[in-house]
Ligand binder design. Structure first.
Ligand code: SF4
Ligand code: SF4
Length: 163
């Protein structure tokens, strides 16, 4: 997996035009059909890919944090929210709360998440390919093919399943 992750950004960029064309085809489907196709390929992808062999999103992307995430993480670590924020949070150029440093400070050496049961909502939902109304996030999905092998798999398989 490590070797694949090293070449993934390059592979995804070389296929970006094809993936954009596929996204345009998905965009023409009825919302429910598009969701069904993505759900099927999402399930297939995660039958084969174990996030614990990867953790690429935890290393390179990091979540946008909501107030509730910060409160839950602070409680999990028995810290005052203000202390947690001082230690771990910064505001990025878009005005969002993000972790000060990447890889994520809670990613452990074995790819486990130290705060798994209290992890941010964005971490729970990433890579979002099983979410309703997939048509609304296709541009993000194409971008995520550079980071997430599961999303790359989904776009590779789309031509086989698209009507
Ligand atoms: S969600 Fe994707 S990028 Fe994140 S650990 Fe799982 S396979 Fe890797
Ligand atoms: S909080 Fe956990 S799941 Fe989220 S980026 Fe950090 S290590 Fe990954």
């Amino acid at each position: 997996m490590k070797e694949f992750l090293n070449i993934l950004p390059q592979k995804a960029l070389s296929k970006k035009r094809d993936f954009k064309l596929l996204a345009a085809k998905v965009k023409k489907l009825k919302p429910r059909k598009a969701d069904e196709i993505f759900q099927q390929l999402h399930d297939e992808a995660f039958e084969q890919i174990n996030c614990l062999d990867c953790a690429n999103c935890c290393r390179g992307l990091g979540p946008r944090l909501q107030k509730k995430d910060i409160e839950r993480l602070s409680a999990h670590l028995n810290m005052k929210t203000s202390v947690f924020a001082d230690n771990y949070i910064r505001v990025d150029e878009d005005g969002d709360f993000v972790f000060k440093s990447m890889p994520c400070p809670f990613l452990m050496g074995d790819n486990y998440c130290m705060v798994y049961s209290s992890r941010p909502k964005a971490c729970r939902e990433y890579p979002h390919t099983d979410q309703k109304n997939i048509k609304s996030i296709l541009t993000t999905c194409v971008k995520n093919t550079e980071t997430c092998p599961a999303v790359f798999y989904i776009f590779e398989k789309l031509p086989e399943i698209l009507p």
